[in-house]
Design a binder for this molecule. Structure first.
Ligand code: IPE
Ligand code: IPE
Ligand code: MG
Length: 233
């Protein structure tokens, strides 16, 4: 697959949605869909490295996803642990830097341990930055950032956008250029609320397990055709 290197998005963020419906269509349990979704994620991480994307951020579990059944939540957490432990070697070999973002305090020791090991091993890698949003909520992130500024003793009058941005999980990273949501739902679901201010957003009907490298390439090409004006005429 060849890609136009001009106008490449530096940062791509993905709301990986539709695993449950994909499984339902096959009369299988929701976790079957989540496992299939994990396979798609592996492909898309590799493709992101191959395409020379600098940052990939994926929404894996939201602060609202705890409302799902205990079985589904524990199944999703198990998939996360398996992913971090089984994929980390390949990610490391490919110079990928894993960065788990979200309120990690609520994760179980097992999940936290696997996430921290993956981050520690890949910490000094200089290739793709791979942000995995786990127990992530955009509002929660902004509230935490405000608390951090207040704890630093910053006076209200002194607060700037840059200062707040530097307290977010994505501190130091450019905002996403392209945000994709699969599955046909047209909402943001508490993802990257601050960072998405000027992102180009794409909603596609494909269910996440059916998304692939060819569709990813098509998406990037569609992004490259968009005209970004940031409020100018
Ligand atoms: C997205 O797929 C994965 C997570 C939220 C963890 P869903 O599980 O939301 O799938 P649908 O939306 O029910 O099809
Ligand atoms: C958003 O998907 C969260 C993730 C993809 C992890 P949901 O399926 O949870 O979002 P809603 O509930 O449809 O808004
Ligand atoms: Mg969903």
């Amino acid at each position: 697959m060849t890609i136009q290197t001009q106008n490449m998005p530096e940062h791509i963020a993905i709301i990986m949605d539709g695993n449950g419906r994909w499984a339902k269509k096959r009369n299988r349990p929701r976790l079957f869909g989540h496992n299939a979704g994990m396979k798609t994620l592996k492909k898309i991480v590799r493709a992101s490295s191959d395409f020379g994307i600098k940052i990939l951020t994926v929404y894996a579990f939201s602060t609202e996803n705890w409302k799902r059944s205990e079985d589904e939540v524990s199944g999703l957490m198990k998939i996360a642990v398996d992913y971090f432990t089984s994929e980390v070697k390949e990610l490391h070999e490919n110079n990928v830097k894993v960065n788990v973002i979200g309120d990690l305090k609520r994760l179980s020791p097992k999940v936290l341990d696997a996430a921290q090991k993956a981050m520690a091993l890949t910490e000094n890698n200089s290739g793709l930055i791979f942000n995995v949003a786990l127990n992530y909520g955009g509002r929660d992130e902004i509230v935490s950032a405000v608390k951090a500024l207040m704890n630093d003793g910053i006076a209200a009058d002194e607060v700037t956008e840059e200062m707040l941005a530097n307290k977010l999980y994505t501190a130091g990273m450019p905002d996403p250029d392209l945000v994709l949501r699969t599955s046909g739902e047209k909402r943001i679901s508490n993802f990257l609320l601050w960072q998405m201010a000027y992102s180009e957003i794409f909603f596609i009907d494909t269910l996440w397990p059916d998304f692939d490298e060819a569709a990813y390439l098509e998406l990037i090409e569609a992004y490259q055709k968009r005209n970004r004006t940031y409020g100018s005429a």
